[in-house]
Design a protein around this ligand. Structure first.
Ligand SMILES: Cc1cc2nc3c(=O)[nH]c(=O)nc-3n(C[C@H](O)[C@H](O)[C@H](O)COP(=O)(O)OP(=O)(O)OC[C@H]3O[C@@H](n4cnc5c(N)ncnc54)[C@H](O)[C@@H]3O)c2cc1C
Length: 416
C-alpha cells in the first residue's frame, strides 16, 4: 500500500536528512533511489495533494518516448534514452503494464521531408534502436488509416500509466523506511542553523537538505528558499479529445506530425492509451492558472505574476502568432479536426469527444526563451528541478539517479 491510499501520518518534528517537495514521478523516483543508495537516511516526501501524482504525472499522454527529438548531448537525449530502458526494466520487475506499440512521425507535405530526415539522424545519433524511414506502402501496413508521403517508424516507443509507475516508486520508498506526507502544502521556508524549516499546512518539517521537485510551483518554491533565479514557470495547458469508441480502430499505436522545431511541444497527435482508448492532442495554450485544467480556471494572482515577468512579454512578442493559432484551435473544434485530418483524412468531427487536459510546467527565461532542456539549479543545501517537461516521465529513473548523485556530492550523504 502506498501513502496515496492511506491517511497521511502526522508531520514529524525530528529533522530529516533530506526533504523532497513534490510527490510527482520525479520527486518519488528520487526519493526511492536516495534510500536505495543510502539506506538508513531519513527522507520525507511532502506533497500538497491528498494523493500522489495528481498533476503533470497524472495528466500526460502516457507515452514512453524513445529519444528521437532531442539534441544529441542534451540532458533530454541522455536521460530519455537511458531512462526508457531502465523504466521498462522496472516495469517488468514490478509487473506494471506497458506496451511497446511503436510510433510513426508522419510527413504530409514535401516541406517537412528535410525535418523528418533530421529527426531520423538525431534519433540515430542518440542511440535510438531500429529507427526506419518508411514510404507510404509500409506506412499503410503500420497505420492503415494514416496518409503521408514519408514517415519515421520508431518501433520501441511505448505506452504506460505513469500514475502506476509513480505509486510503485512511492511504495518502494515507504518500504525502505521513507515518510510520505500528503495533503501537506509547503507555504514558507525558513533557513535555520543546520538546514531548512519547511512551514507546511500541517506543521513544520525540518530538513538538513531539500530537493525541490514542485513541478508547476518549482520556481516559487525555489524563491521561497531564497534562490535568485530568473526562470519563471509559465503554464501551458494541453487539451485532448478522445476518439469515440466506434472510431478507435482508426489508430493502432501512436501517430505524430513532424514537429515545429521552434517549439518544445510535439504538435497534436493520436495516442493509444494503455487503458485501451485513443486520445487526440494535446494542443498548447497559455493557462491563466498554474493548475488551470479548464479554460474557466483563472487565478488573478498567478496571472499577475506572469504578466509582471518581463520574460513573459518577450516570449509573447516572439511567439504571438503561434499563440493565436493555438487559441483558435482550442476554441474551434473544426480547426483541431483539420489538423488531425492531415494525419488521418477520414477523421470527422463526430469521431471526437471531449477529453481531459494537462498543464505543462514550462520554464521561461528572463530573455523570453522557452527552456528546452531539463534544468536543475544547485542551491544552498538544496537542489531545484526547475524544468522537467516531456520526456520527464520517461526519464524519471535517470533524472532521479542524477539527482541522487548530485545530492550525495553536494550534501555529503553517505553511500551504502
Ligand atoms: C500534457 C502533458 C503531456 C505529457 N506527455 C508526456 C509523455 O507522454 N511522456 C513523458 O515522458 N512525459 C510527458 N509529459 C511530461 C511529464 O508528465 C512530466 O515531465 C513529469 O510528470 C514531471 O514530473 P514532476 O514530478 O516534475 O511534476 P509533477 O507531476 O507536476 O509533480 C509536482 C508535485 O509537486 C507538488 N507541489 C507543488 N507545490 C507544492 C507545495 N508548495 N507543497 C507541496 N507539494 C507541492 C504538486 O502537487 C505535484 O504533485 C507530459 C506533460 C504534460 C503536462
Amino acid at each position: 500500500m502506498t501513502a496515496s491510499a492511506n491517511a497521511s501520518p502526522a508531520v514529524e518534528s525530528r529533522p530529516y536528512d533530506v526533504a523532497i517537495v513534490g510527490g510527482g514521478i520525479i520527486g518519488l523516483s528520487t526519493a526511492m533511489q536516495l534510500l536505495d543508495s543510502s539506506p538508513g537516511l531519513r527522507v520525507a516526501v511532502v506533497e500538497k495533494e491528498e494523493r500522489l501524482a495528481r498533476h503533470q504525472t497524472g495528466h500526460n499522454s502516457g507515452v514512453i518516448h524513445s529519444g528521437i527529438y532531442y539534441r544529441p548531448g542534451s540532458w533530454k537525449s541522455r536521460f530519455c534514452v537511458g531512462g526508457k530502458d531502465r523504466l521498462i526494466d522496472f516495469c517488468q520487475r514490478n509487473e506494471i503494464e506497458f506496451d511497446e506499440c511503436g510510433k510513426v512521425i508522419v510527413a504530409t507535405h514535401e516541406s517537412e521531408l528535410g525535418r523528418l530526415q533530421d529527426l531520423y539522424e538525431r534519433g540515430v545519433a542518440n542511440g535510438v534502436p531500429d529507427l526506419e524511414v518508411v514510404e507510404p506502402e509500409r506506412l499503410a501496413e503500420i497505420e492503415p488509416h494514416t496518409s503521408g508521403i514519408r514517415a519515421l517508424w520508431a518501433p520501441h516507443t511505448g505506452i504506460i500509466d505513469y500514475v502506476q509507475v509513480a505509486e510503485a516508486y512511492a511504495g518502494k520508498f515507504q518500504s525502505a523506511g521513507g515518510d510520505v506526507f500528503t495533503d501537506t502544502t509547503v507555504v514558507a521556508v525558513r533557513q535555520t542553523a543546520d538546514g531548512s524549516a519547511l512551514e507546511t499546512s500541517r506543521g513544520t518539517v525540518q530538513a538538513r537538505h531539500v530537493i525541490n521537485c514542485g513541478g508547476l510551483y518549482a520556481d516559487r518554491l525555489a524563491r521561497m528558499m531564497g534562490e535568485d533565479t530568473d526562470v519563471r514557470i509559465i503554464p501551458f495547458r494541453g487539451e485532448y479529445y478522445k476518439l469515440a469508441q466506434a472510431s478507435e480502430g482508426l489508430v493502432k499505436g501512436l501517430i505524430y506530425p513532424v514537429p515545429d522545431p521552434r517549439f518544445p511541444f510535439l504538435g497534436v497527435h493520436y495516442t493509444r492509451n494503455i487503458h485501451g482508448y485513443v486520445e487526440a492532442g494535446p494542443n498548447a495554450v497559455l493557462a491563466w492558472a498554474r493548475e488551470g485544467y479548464r479554460k474557466s480556471n483563472i487565478s488573478v494572482g498567478e496571472t499577475m505574476g506572469a504578466l509582471t515577468f518581463p520574460g513573459f512579454w518577450k516570449m509573447t512578442a516572439k511567439h504571438w502568432r503561434t499563440g493565436m493559432q493555438e487559441m483558435n484551435r482550442s476554441y474551434r473544434k473544426s480547426v483541431f479536426v483539420n489538423d488531425l485530418r492531415k494525419l488521418i483524412p477520414d477523421i470527422q468531427p463526430g469521431d471526437l469527444e471531449p477529453g481531459g487536459s494537462g498543464v505543462r510546467a514550462q520554464a521561461v527565461a528572463a530573455s523570453g526563451a522557452l527552456l528546452d532542456d531539463f534544468h536543475i539549479l544547485r542551491g544552498r543545501r538544496a537542489l531545484h528541478v526547475l524544468n522537467a517537461p516531456s520526456p520527464g516521465a520517461t526519464s524519471s529513473l535517470a533524472i532521479g539517479e542524477y539527482l541522487t548523485e548530485m545530492a550525495r556530492q553536494d550534501f555529503g550523504l553517505p553511500t551504502a
